[in-house]
Design a protein around this ligand. Structure first.
Ligand code: KIV
Length: 279
């Protein structure tokens, strides 16, 4: 049985830190799941790291469902949360419920959406039909990117107060957890101590209840943006390029494939074939 929403909520109560990693495809998701990561997040960051868009805005519901299905085939142990992409929940509550349902049918255990107090009615409506919701405040790539770009949030008393209020209102609306992105670590700590639901930070310091990273950042596979807050645990892109160059050399020199990589015919059958074609 995989982790449940209640398991994740209990981790905060038991003061156990929660590990979250993004996943979009079967192969990497299998490895993330096997490594014991608590939550796999099918983030709309897929638009950038998987599809090569400049930002998350072009991501569609069909794409998110496809990524969610792939990850759900891989996961055995982790909780699976999927992002509602831009304009799949903002236009109407009906839209938000229908699209949340699509992600659940694709294999997600919960959905995540961006927005503070402005989204509380929508969140309550999704929760009311039985779909767990993770909130997302601080930097909200689907909208703040349009006006402000990548900027640390909550650096003044006023903006910090807004974030704290947003977090409280999301909790009241029924979220089971809140992601906070690029929030000053002091405010992130206050939020984590204020609400009862787990607060998952990205670029928001060590005092959150858990952390989330984009898997390509952690593995060193995506070079277009290198966020200061992401820790690279390896430089996989170097290893991949080196291996591909070695493969090309082997193909050119005839060192690949070897006998071990090939299949052979029965000697008797080969003899008969040669006789028939006269060679
Ligand atoms: O889309 C995503 O990957 C996210 C995380 C960065 C929190 O929302």
């Amino acid at each position: 049985m995989h982790k449940t929403i209640q398991d994740i909520i209990n981790m905060k109560k038991e003061k156990k830190k929660i590990s979250v990693i993004t996943s979009y495809d079967y192969t990497l998701a299998s490895l993330c799941d096997k490594s014991g990561i608590d939550v796999l997040l099918v983030g709309d960051s897929a638009g950038m790291v998987m599809l090569g868009y400049e930002n998350t805005i072009p991501v569609t519901m069909d794409q998110m469902c496809m990524f969610t299905e792939a990850v759900s085939r891989a996961r055995k142990n982790s909780l699976l949360v999927s992002d509602l992409p831009f304009m799949s929940y903002q236009a109407s509550i009906e839209n938000a419920i229908n699209n949340s349902g699509r992600l659940i049918k694709a294999g997600a255990d919960a959905v995540k959406l961006e927005g503070g107090s402005i989204m509380t009615e929508t969140i309550s409506a999704i929760v009311d039909v039985g779909i767990p919701v993770m909130g997302h405040i601080g930097l909200q790539p689907q909208t703040t990117m349009l006006s402000e770009g990548y900027k640390v949030q909550g650096k003044t008393k006023e903006t910090a107060m807004r974030l704290i209020e947003d977090a409280k209102e999301l909790e009241e609306a029924g979220v089971f957890s809140i992601t906070i992105e690029m929030v000053s670590h002091e405010v992130a700590q206050i939020i984590s101590e204020t609400v009862n639901v787990p607060v998952i930070g990205i670029g928001s310091g060590v005092n959150c209840d858990g952390q989330v990273l984009v898997v390509q950042d952690l593995l060193g596979m995506y070079d277009k943006i290198k966020p200061k807050f992401a820790k690279r645990y390896m430089n996989l892109s170097e290893d991949i390029v080196r291996s591909l160059k070695d493969y090309k050399k082997d193909v050119q020199s005839g060192q690949f494939p070897t006998k071990e990589n090939s299949f052979s015919m029965n000697d008797e059958e080969l003899k008969k074939l040669r006789e028939q074609i006269g060679s």
